[in-house]
Design a protein around this ligand. Sequence first.
Ligand code: GLU
Length: 298
Amino acid sequence: MTKPVFRFAPSPNGRLHLGHAYSALLNADFARKFGGRLLLRIEDIDLTRCRPDFEKAIYDDLAWLGLEWEKPVRRQSEHFDDYRAAAAKLKGRELLYPCFCSRRQIADAVTRKESETARPWPRDPDGAPFYPGTCKALEAGEAARRIAADEPHTWRIHMAAAQALAPEPLFFQRFDDAGHMETVEAHPSRWGDAVIVRKDVPTSYHLSVVVDDALQKVTHVVRGKDLEAATDLHVLLQALLGLPTPLYHHHDLVLDRTGDKLSKSLRSESLADLREQGWEASEVRRRLGFSPQPTPRT
Ligand code: GLU
């Protein structure tokens, strides 16, 4: 029987905090319980925000926590061709269309729609307004001309066309702490015509995560509840690209003292800060509900 494959997939755009430690330790714990493998993946597609020193700090912090992972580590910035190929597959089936709109233009179009209809415009689970469809109506020749002229553009999923090919209901399986499975229905349409290829890089979080989980033969995805809704879109992309759907577990987020979720951008206390304040890795592990010492793999 092939071993289950787990992965921890941080982005090196800041220092890791207790929430990341929890996610990494939980992946390691599941991998140990299920006799599986643990991979580390560096999700560094954002070339302006990701930095080598943050990446190095990820390795240091995880090693400090007592974690071990397989090498070599996959760094997404080295695999843009894989994501280009996946995007080309979707484009070939006319499931993506180019969008030249700026954020401002989208916001203005949404304001107009809201005043015309006197109703709130639909929003995706992250709170962003659905794309109002401006560029969907572009003539193919016009879009090709603007692309040839190097006009910055994203590629959005044509949600209606995608759903005609992979009709809802789409299902996936999630597992709980004890490993019990439950079938869940995915509702990708709640993302609207989401961006699948960004303006600045030939991919997006959604596309790379789906391509990599398949390439790395990940069987179990363990990540925070903040990414639970994104799974609906991932399941759709897997169906469209003919990729397997892993099993999912979305864990509760670690909250700070005021009950807010920890965030790298808000400079939540990092693991490095805690270490400097004299915390031992064993205390961090215990505080997060894990055994203070790493349990050797059998
Ligand atoms: N890179 C993502 C993050 O740091 C996690 C991706 C995932 O686990 O699917 O939030």
